[in-house]
Design a protein around this ligand. Structure first.
Ligand SMILES: [Zn+2]
Length: 361
């Protein structure tokens, strides 16, 4: 289900119903590629949707979040590229076991390589599985984490934090990168006029060169219309940029309700534009939620008061709540300013019950 929300770059699509295994596909429009969050059931996704995936972000390796990995491998295998997979500690072992389950004697040198990033609180451990070498696992180094970012390009940034689900689980925030945009009033107030220097400033912005190269700007007529050499172009841009809010998506599933998780979720996801968040149980199933380390509607209501997303899409309702989804929406009370988005119970066809099968012609 495509979600038509006010993003500049991001196009989130939920390929799962409320009771289906969660899978969120986020197209990054100017890039022409997509990021995939969890991969429970994928067989129903169009081949072009799977082929467009540039990186996979796994929350944890419970079967309902990870069993579609084989389907993904099948679709991206025959392409000479590096495919990045992010997930919690231990994910490389699980991917190795999956890849070892097949015979690769017919491998080709142009097959893809999987690069796995195991996200720990203070570092990222990397492994590669090169297709040309029959996906035999090799270490690919360790990098320290100076911030929460695990993936970034010109258009999008993905931050991750570890929460608890009796096992480590990652929660993600996908944020649109700032665009170059000038405020004409602030430009005039700074005594500057337009000119070719703006293209140079834009080039510095997108190449990460702000503050590293000087620039000659044109002063406005009121300031004499002369040329002025600016050494600190980062400060210059701060002074004249149009202030835009960076829109973002939070993806959070399978966490227990605890003080630690609440602090982690708040630290990463407060103020997201769209929260795609698990709500596995109804209020009267709180004991089940505690036992299985999931959230119920009562927990979600508390979290929403702090997170205050603009839109909230509940996902991953327990299959034991089938036919009771209306109760979920009745029990959720988002704060003023948060719009609740409804999903159909199932986007995937379920098997027919015997009583639904019509015999004869
Ligand atoms: Zn789980």
């Amino acid at each position: 289900m495509a979600l038509h929300l006010p993003f500049r770059y991001l196009e989130p699509t939920c390929f799962a119903g409320l009771l289906d295994d969660p899978v969120l596909w986020v197209k990054v429009r100017p890039w022409g590629r997509a990021l995939l969050f969890d991969c429970g059931q994928l067989h129903h996704l169009a081949k072009r949707a799977l082929k467009s995936v540039a990186a996979l972000f796994v929350t944890h390796a419970h079967m309902d979040h990870f069993m579609g990995f084989d389907t993904l491998v099948r679709h991206v295998l025959v392409s000479p590229r590096v495919f990045d997979v992010f997930g919690p500690p231990g994910l490389a072992d699980k991917i190795e076991h999956k890849l070892c389950a097949y015979d690769w004697n017919l491998h080709e040198r142009f097959w893809c390589t999987f690069r796995v990033h195991e996200v720990y609180p203070n570092h990222i451990q990397k492994w590669i599985f090169p297709g040309p070498l029959r996906f035999e696992r090799q270490p690919d180094g360790v990098c320290d984490r100076s911030d929460r970012t695990v993936f970034a390009n010109r258009w999008v940034r993905v931050d991750a934090q570890q929460a608890d689900h009796h096992i480590p689980v990652l929660i993600y925030r996908i944020t649109e990168q700032p665009t170059f945009s000038l405020d004409t009033e602030r430009l005039a107030a700074a005594g500057l006029a337009g000119g070719a220097w703006i293209s140079d400033l834009k080039r510095q912005f997108y190449r990460g060169r702000l503050g590293k190269e000087s620039l000659t700007v044109t002063q406005s007529y009121a300031e004499g219309g002369g040329l002025l050499e600016i050494a600190d172009t980062r400060r210059l841009y701060d002074m004249v940029q149009r202030r835009l809010v960076s829109l973002s998506i939070g993806y959070m599933t399978d966490i227990g309700y605890s003080r630690h998780n609440e602090e982690t979720v708040t630290g990463l996801l407060q103020g997201v534009t769209l929260l795609v968040g698990e709500c596995a149980f109804l209020a009267d199933q709180v004991e089940k939620a505690r036992r299985s380390c999931h959230l119920c509607t009562r927990d979600m209501n508390v979290l929403l008061q702090t997170l205050r997303p603009k839109y909230y899409l509940p996902v991953h309702l327990s299959k034991s709540c089938g036919e009771m989804s209306q109760k979920l929406y009745q029990e959720l009370h988002p704060p003023v300013g948060t719009t609740l988005i409804h999903l159909p119970e199932r986007l995937l066809a379920r098997p027919l019950l015997p009583c639904e099968v019509r015999l004869g012609c």
